[in-house]
Design a protein around this ligand. Structure first.
Ligand code: NAP
Length: 306
């Protein structure tokens, strides 16, 4: 297997890495590379057949010597996330890295069983809940890391997150939808990834748990294949200008394995460098408000003391 990164300093061998969205695209490429660096991997996936097949292939082809476990969860369902977190805590005595990578864009307005707008639920609320439920184990395993796959797409949300329209009903109204409302909603959810990373970094200071997010660039994956013909055709054209999943995964793998960032937390990276995200993504008040809203949306108000 071709190694994306040759010099490993923080040394992933023997470490346990949980990664969501590893059945396709960036997450799959990252999981393979992290396994090749010697880590034990826990894949969190919604599609059992796909996840088991990937785990089998990884076990057969990985020269890293680590284990590969499959955990099943739909990141749109809080009940499912609670169930998988309990299973992870039962089976994993330590978690060195949690990579919140699963993500999607829904061009039609949909609500989850929890009553949340789907793009927001999968991209932000799901990762928030999973992180909170695994946080004590991450603290016990410190030094440990939380990595979230954000996007340059956060820049579309120039006015920040609309906290007055949390279910994005306005953005999906016919005219707004035609003008790119669902894409803007995706941008808001990726902005949330960056604000969450910053707030988490601040709140976890002194615990040995650090928090990072990154922009993988434009990557040729299965992204948006759940949407209509026009969206799929657009993605097919964009693929011509895109990086490979392996290239898109490079910064995720680097954030998991380098010791260059051990003293940093809460930051946004592009191509293995800390970069400033947009102004709304640096808004401390919005980060704090997002934290409060996320606790309400996950009903963790009384249980998470951070
Ligand atoms: N592609 C890009 O250009 C680009 C650019 C910037 C940021 N990103 C971000 O990169 C991340 C990975 O996306 P990708 O481009 O690699 O797309 P992808 O090929 O579609 O992979 C998405 C992954 O997320 C999983 N997933 C989606 N919804 C889920 C749910 N409800 N529950 C559990 N798993 C779910 C998918 O599982 P299935 O295999 O079951 O579908 C898949 O493993 C996303 O957070 C995305 O926002 C992508």
């Amino acid at each position: 297997m071709k190694k994306l990164i040759t010099a490993s300093k923080w040394d992933l061998s023997g470490k346990y890495v949980i990664i969501t969205g590893a059945t396709s695209g960036i997450g799959l490429a990252a999981a393979k590379e992290i396994a090749a660096l010697g880590a034990n991997i826990g894949i969190v996936a919604r599609n059992e057949g796909k996840a088991n097949e990937i785990a089998k292939q990884m076990k057969e082809s990985s020269d890293g010597g680590g284990t590969v476990d499959v955990f099943l969860a739909d990141m749109a369902s809080q009940q499912s996330i609670h169930r998988v977190a309990a299973e992870i805590l039962e089976r994993c005595p330590r978690i060195d890295v949690l990579a919140n990578n699963a993500g999607a864009l829904f061009e039609n307005h949909q609500l989850t069983d929890d009553g949340l707008e789907m793009t927001w639920a999968v991209n932000h609320v799901g990762p928030f809940l999973l992180t909170m439920l695994l946080l004590n184990r991450l603290k016990e395993s410190a030094p440990s890391r939380i990595i979230t796959t954000a996007s340059h797409g956060h820049k579309m949300a120039k006015k920040g997150i609309d906290f007055n329209d949390m279910e994005a009903e306005q953005l999906y109204k016919p005219l707004k939808k035609l003008m790119g409302g669902p894409t803007l909603r995706y941008g808001q959810s990726k902005l949330a990834n960056i604000l969450f990373t910053a707030e988490l970094g601040k709140r976890l200071e002194g615990t040995g748990v650090t928090s990072y997010c990154f922009d993988p660039g434009l990557v040729a994956t299965n992204f948006s294949q759940n949407n209509g013909r026009l969206a799929r055709a657009t993605m097919a054209v964009m693929k011509l200008f895109s990086r490979s999943p392996e290239q898109g995964a490079e910064t995720l793998v680097w954030l998991a394995e380098t010791d260059e960032i051990s003293n940093q937390t809460g930051q946004y990276y592009i191509d293995k460098k800390a970069e400033l995200p947009s102004e709304p993504a640096r808004d401390r008040q919005a980060a704090n408000l997002l934290w409060m809203v996320s606790k309400q949306q996950t009903q963790l108000t009384d249980t998470v003391d951070l």
